[in-house]
Structure formats: structure tokens, C-alpha cells
Ligand binder design. Structure first.
Ligand SMILES: CC(C)(COP(=O)(O)OP(=O)(O)OC[C@H]1O[C@@H](n2cnc3c(N)ncnc32)[C@H](O)[C@@H]1OP(=O)(O)O)[C@@H](O)C(=O)NCCC(=O)NCCS
Length: 261
């Protein structure tokens, strides 16, 4: 997605930056680990393919990706300029040693129950709505950074951002759909995490954030953890307290000027 191309999100617990070409080498190193590929249901890719993926995810209207980094600690991680306001310096605040994983969202049309299908139609005086769903993935690739609350802070902060920018996210996504879908009101029905049923860490993480299991373990050994009604209420904004996300949520300019020097 283009929406987050120039946005970094900072809290006292985590830093999220847009996935950029200068992150790809480290990302590729993470994905060389078979246990990471298994946990994230990913295939092994060449470095060239990983560069292609990074570029295509930026263009894809259905995928929103951030790299998760350790939180900003020192003033020199942030440049403050009059024209741009506060900015995170690309390659500094998110230097290789500070990158810890990624978090992303994948949008698709909702194919839920009859109730949702009915509301999809333009009933008597009722506003026509089209429902969408979003799948979320989280990875804290570097084991040194696991079990210190980073995964949970990253998901909570990311979904807080998504909820704040939902109209823009859906608008960008719907640019890829036909006009019929675009004339009714778009609604994000739910956010779903598909997790290997043996992945206790991930299940506990999503449970603690209010996600509930839907159905049983499927043929692939996965369960679905769902946050229902994500775009229909402001429940998520209420749920995501600063004790989980960290204090001082800020959206900053992602400044690439140092990369060009
Ligand atoms: C799953 C993963 C994202 C968790 O990230 P993390 O930063 O280690 O998790 P957090 O420190 O935020 O912990 C969140 C909760 O999970 C619990 N948890 C974390 N690791 C755990 C483990 N190995 N076993 C049991 N519980 C665990 C924590 O205790 C915490 O719960 P609590 O507050 O009740 O104590 C991380 O282990 C990971 O990326 N693994 C590989 C990729 C993967 O599995 N991704 C998920 C695909 S769906």
C-alpha cells in the first residue's frame, strides 16, 4: 500500500517503519531460518525474489506492511525540522541491529454468514454496505527480542493505526475493485489471525488482545483468532491501552534523506 509509505509510528515500546528496499537483506536473512518459515507459513525465496516482493507489496492495494523495530531511545534517532515536523531517519532509527520483525495486514472481501450477505444488498432505506475482512500476521524474528512484549505492542500499535486510518486504507484497497463494490459503504468486518494450533506464543498474544477463537483446527492444522466488528465500533481504540502499546503514540515522517547521502 502507498498509504504508509512515508509514515513511521513510535511509542515507548515499539517503532514501526514502512518496509523499504534497505530492509530486504535483513528480512531475507530472517526468512532463511526454517523455523521462521514454518511459523509464518512462508516459502524460501531468493534475495532477488525478496526484493521483488518488497517492491510489489508497496504497490499492492491489499497489503499494508511495517517493519517492527526496537523503540526509539535517544534524541539522535529522530530529526526534528521545521518544515517536516518530527521525523524518523531511515537507516538510523531502523538500522539493521534494531530491526526485529514485521507486521502486516492483507485485505479481502468478506465471505461471512447470511446476515452479512443481506446487508450487502441495498435494502429498504438501509444504506448498502460491502464488508471486508483483514488477515494479520506478526513476526518477531530475532529470538533475543521475544517475550519482552514487543510482539504484543507491535500488533496493538499497528491495529490502532489501522483503525485510525481505516477509511483511507479501504479507499486505497477499493481502488482495485470494480465500481459496483465501490458505491456502497465499505466496512471492515473483522480482523483474523490464522495461527498454527501448536503456536502457543502467538495464540496467547492474540487472546490477550481480545481476539477469540472461531471454529476448530482446520485441515492445515491452523486455528483462526478473530477480532469481530473491528471497523463497526471503536472497541479496538478502547481496548488498546498505552500499557500494551506503550506511551506517546506518534505518527512521524519517515525521512529517507540520509539513505541518499
Ligand atoms: C509469536 C510471536 C510473534 C510472539 O512475540 P513476542 O514478542 O515474543 O510476544 P510478547 O512478548 O509480546 O508476548 C505476548 C504474550 O505471549 C506470551 N508468550 C510469548 N512467547 C510465549 C511462548 N513461547 N510460550 C508461551 N507464551 C508465550 C507472553 O507471555 C505474553 O503473554 P502474557 O502477557 O500473558 O505473559 C513470536 O514468538 C514470533 O514471531 N514467533 C515466530 C513467528 C510466529 O510464530 N508468528 C506468528 C504467526 S501467526
Amino acid at each position: 500500500m502507498r498509504l504508509n509509505e512515508n509514515i513511521a509510528i513510535s511509542t515507548s515500546k515499539v517503532l514501526l517503519v514502512p518496509y523499504d528496499a534497505h530492509h530486504v537483506q535483513q528480512y531475507h536473512r530472517w526468512m532463511e531460518d526454517p523455523s521462521i518459515r514454518e511459523a509464518t507459513a512462508s516459502e524460501r525465496l531468493s534475495l532477488d525474489d525478496e526484493y521483488e516482493n518488497q517492491a510489489s507489496w508497496r504497490e499492492s492495494r491489499d497489503k499494508l506492511t511495517f517493519i517492527v523495530c526496537a523503540p526509539l531511545l535517544r534524541d539522535d534517532d529522530v530529526s526534528r525540522t521545521d518544515e517536516k515536523g518530527a521525523a524518523v531517519l531511515a537507516g538510523v532509527g531502523d538500522a539493521v541491529g534494531r530491526m526485529v520483525g514485521d507486521v502486516n495486514l492483507f485485505l479481502s472481501p468478506w465471505d461471512g454468514d447470511d446476515e452479512g450477505q443481506e446487508q450487502k444488498q441495498n435494502g429498504d432505506g438501509e444504506e448498502a454496505k460491502t464488508y471486508y475482512t483483514a488477515e494479520i500476521d506478526i513476526m518477531i524474528a530475532n529470538p533475543k527480542f521475544r517475550r519482552i512484549g514487543l510482539g504484543r505492542a507491535a500488533v496493538a500499535t499497528f491495529l490502532y493505526f489501522v483503525r485510525r486510518h481505516l477509511d483511507g486504507i479501504l479507499a486505497e484497497y477499493m481502488g482495485s475493485l470494480d465500481t459496483a463494490a465501490a458505491i456502497s459503504k465499505p466496512v471492515m468486518k473483522d480482523v483474523v489471525a490464522k495461527i498454527n494450533a501448536d503456536n502457543k506464543a502467538s495464540i496467547v498474544l492474540f487472546q490477550a488482545l481480545g481476539f477469540k477463537q472461531r471454529g476448530e483446527r482446520n485441515y492445515f492444522g491452523e486455528i483462526e483468532m478473530v477480532f469481530g466488528g473491528f471497523g463497526e465500533t471503536d472497541e479496538w481504540v478502547k481496548t488498546s491501552s498505552s500499557s500494551v502499546m506503550g506511551d506517546g503514540y506518534e505518527e512521524l515522517v519517515y525521512d529517507r534523506s540520509r539513505l541518499e547521502e
